[in-house]
Write a protein that binds this ligand. Structure first.
Ligand SMILES: CC(C)(COP(=O)(O)OP(=O)(O)OC[C@H]1O[C@@H](n2cnc3c(N)ncnc32)[C@H](O)[C@@H]1OP(=O)(O)O)[C@@H](O)C(=O)NCCC(=O)NCCS
Length: 163
C-alpha cells in the first residue's frame, strides 16, 4: 500500500493557482466533459465560492470548489437552510490513492459547515469507481441516478451527506 501524504496544508485558490487548476481539470475530467479547462475557468469566476488548494510544502496536490446557497424555503424544522454543492474535486495523478482526496473532502465539508451548510450534494459518474469509493467512505449516500449526465453519455449518481 502506498504511504499517505502527510503535512497537507490548505489555502485559498487564488489567481496564481488558476493555471494549475485548469491544467489538472483538463486531465482529471477529460472523460466526462468536452472542455473541462474552460468549465473550471468559468466556475472560478463565480462569486461567493469556497475554492481551496491543497499543498505539501510548495507542491500543489489538488483542489476543491464548493458553492453554497440558501434553500429559500423551510425544510422540516429548518427555517431557511444553507445547502452546499461540491462542484469539483481533483488530485494530481502522482498523489492519487494516498489520502489527499479524503483530506480535501474533509476540508470542503468543514468549510461548508462553517458557512452554515447543513447538507452537501454532488454528482459523480457511476463508472468513476475511485470517486464513488471516496464519497461512500466519507458517508455520502446515493439518491437518484441521472441518465446521460455527461458528455460521454455516462449516467451519474446524485449523492448527498448531512453535514
Ligand atoms: C477522486 C479523487 C479526487 C480521489 O483522490 P485520491 O487522493 O486518489 O483519494 P484517496 O487517496 O483519499 O482515496 C480514495 C479511495 O479510492 C481508492 N483508490 C485509490 N486508487 C484507486 C484506484 N486506482 N481504483 C479504485 N480505487 C482507488 C482508495 O483506496 C480510497 O479508498 P479506501 O480508503 O477505501 O481504500 C482523485 O482520484 C481524482 O482527482 N480523480 C479525478 C477527478 C475526479 O474523478 N473527481 C471526482 C469527480 S466527482
Amino acid at each position: 500500500m502506498r504511504q499517505q501524504i502527510g503535512g497537507v496544508a490548505f489555502g485559498p485558490l487564488t489567481f496564481n493557482d488558476e493555471s494549475f487548476a485548469i491544467a489538472l481539470a483538463r486531465n482529471a475530467f477529460a472523460a466526462w466533459s468536452r472542455d473541462p479547462g474552460r468549465t473550471i475557468a468559468a466556475m472560478l469566476r463565480q462569486r461567493g465560492l469556497i475554492a481551496e488548494i491543497a499543498k505539501t510544502g510548495d507542491e500543489r496536490l489538488g483542489f476543491f470548489v464548493v458553492s453554497t446557497r440558501r434553500l429559500g424555503r423551510p425544510f422540516g424544522p429548518l427555517e431557511d437552510p444553507v445547502t452546499a454543492h461540491l462542484d469539483a474535486i481533483a488530485v494530481v495523478p502522482r498523489a492519487m490513492g494516498r489520502g489527499v482526496g479524503a483530506t480535501l473532502l474533509e476540508r470542503a465539508e468543514e468549510r461548508a459547515r462553517a458557512q452554515g451548510a447543513v447538507v452537501m450534494s454532488l454528482t459523480t459518474a457511476i463508472g468513476n469507481k475511485r470517486a464513488q469509493r471516496l464519497f461512500a467512505r466519507r458517508g455520502f449516500l446515493r439518491t437518484i441516478k441521472s441518465p446521460s449526465a455527461y458528455a460521454n453519455d455516462e449516467d451519474a449518481y446524485e449523492l448527498f451527506k448531512p453535514l
